[in-house]
Write a protein that binds this ligand. Structure first.
Ligand code: KG4
Ligand code: ZN
Length: 363
């Protein structure tokens, strides 16, 4: 039997400084510890992530976060089999900061260095949490990502579609801003929506009339802005109007995600996988209405549904350590020429998507 591997994973592609230790084998691994230090307070005043501030904070905090992770896992550098690090895609300053730190640790401790695609980290998380067998369909929905990935193997991904403009989390955040609700917008819009009437305002369901799995969310906020201005009186929005707007907006996002997932599942099911699984990841996967919609769809189609716990849905070092473990177990590793990449599509054959995310260029 193969020997379990112990990997340190570093994540710094956006506004979370993450370090984690994962131990085990592909499809059978445990998170020994996962430390994530967010930067919300640093960016709050600017209404979005400032790349230079993010990069500086990663540089200042990564070694502290790594130390904390090793200590809480009760692991020394000599217990590790390798150091995995996000090498892209993401905000380049932050990615470079993580890659430099990982190189320092690898060279200092004489450990193999394994560069990991951040999106592969998200996409392989169901293998870490549930040992999910290939092939499965992954819907990645966060503030910066939105795509359907057919995951056939640890390094074999096909993108079936994705957003051509904003990511859904970005749309939730902009909606919150337009309605003077606190950031991050997802949870505040969701909580308002529970008090609202989703049928009062009918927002567009972009691209549903077109075939395929591509999505668009940028038109929704324009529609919301127009409707808000129609119902506002003397620059004041009544509480019920705000809740109804949130409910209408959320219903539109749910409808689009569910219908596009139905189409992506149809493509995935063509190959008749033995145990079909739909997995979701990303901060937006925390939304109860979206989860319910996807769960209902899966129940209708006889497809299992899995969503990692929120701490492993959002950016973290454990998913990077695990993706590194999968790669290293197959003989993959890098040398000191490993470069940070702002763009790095998982599916090299898929055409580039338009736009990126609020947090910089993506895949
Ligand atoms: O994955 P994540 O932590 O970071 C990246 O974007 O990489 O996702 C954050 C996004 C934010 O846009 C936030 O508003 C959204 O996820 N989000 C939600 C909910 N919780 C977080 N969106 C909808 N409903 C939620 N409950
Ligand atoms: Zn991410």
């Amino acid at each position: 039997m193969a020997r379990p591997l112990t990997l340190l994973g570093l994540e710094s592609s956006c506004d979370d400084t993450g370090a984690a230790v994962v131990r085990g084998l592909p499809g059978d691994a445990q998170v020994l510890t996962s430390v994530v230090e967010g930067q919300n307070s640093l960016h709050e005043a600017f209404g979005g992530v400032v790349p230079e501030i993010a990069a500086r904070a990663h540089t200042e905090r990564m070694d502290v976060v790594v130390r904390h992770a090793l200590d809480t896992a009760g692991v020394n550098l000599s217990d590790l089999d390798g150091v995995a690090v996000t090498a892209g895609p993401g905000l380049i300053g932050g990615v470079m900061s993580g890659v430099m730190c990982a190189k320092g640790i690898a060279i200092g401790a004489g450990l193999p260095l394994i560069g990991v695609n951040h999106l592969a980290g998200h996409a392989l998380t169901p293998r870490l949490t549930d040992g999910t067998e290939f092939p499965y369909l992954m819907l990645l929905v966060s503030g910066g990502h939105c795509q359907f990935l057919l995951v056939r193997g640890p390094e074999d991904f096909s993108r079936l579609g994705g957003t051509i403009d904003d990511a859904p989390g970005e749309a939730f955040d902009k909606t919150a801003r337009l309605l003077a609700l606190p950031q991050p917008g997802g949870p505040s819009v969701e909580s308002q929506a529970t008090k609202g009437d989703a049928k009062r305002f009918r927002f567009p369901r972009p691209l549903l009339d077109r075939p395929g799995c591509d999505m668009s969310f940028s038109g929704l906020k324009t529609a919301l802005l127009r409707t808000r201005d129609e119902v506002m009186q003397d620059n004041h929005l009544k509480a019920q109007d705000r809740s109804d707007l949130c409910a209408g907006f959320q219903a539109a996002v749910v409808d689009v995600l569910v219908e596009k997932t139905r189409r992506a599942l149809a493509i995935y099911l063509q190959d008749a996988p033995a145990t079909p699984v739909l997995a979701v990841a990303g901060g937006v996967a925390a939304n109860a209405a979206i989860r319910e919609g996807l769960q209902g769809l899966c129940a209708d189609l006889g497809v299992a549904f899995t969503a990692p716990p929120l701490s492993l849905c959002t950016d973290n070092g454990a998913m990077i350590a695990y993706a590194g473990l999968e790669r290293f177990a197959r003989g993959g590793q890098d040398d000191m020429t490993l470069a940070a990449r702002p763009r790095w599509p998982l599916d090299q054959d898929a055409a580039g998507m338009l736009g990126g995310g609020k947090k910089g260029p993506k895949a």
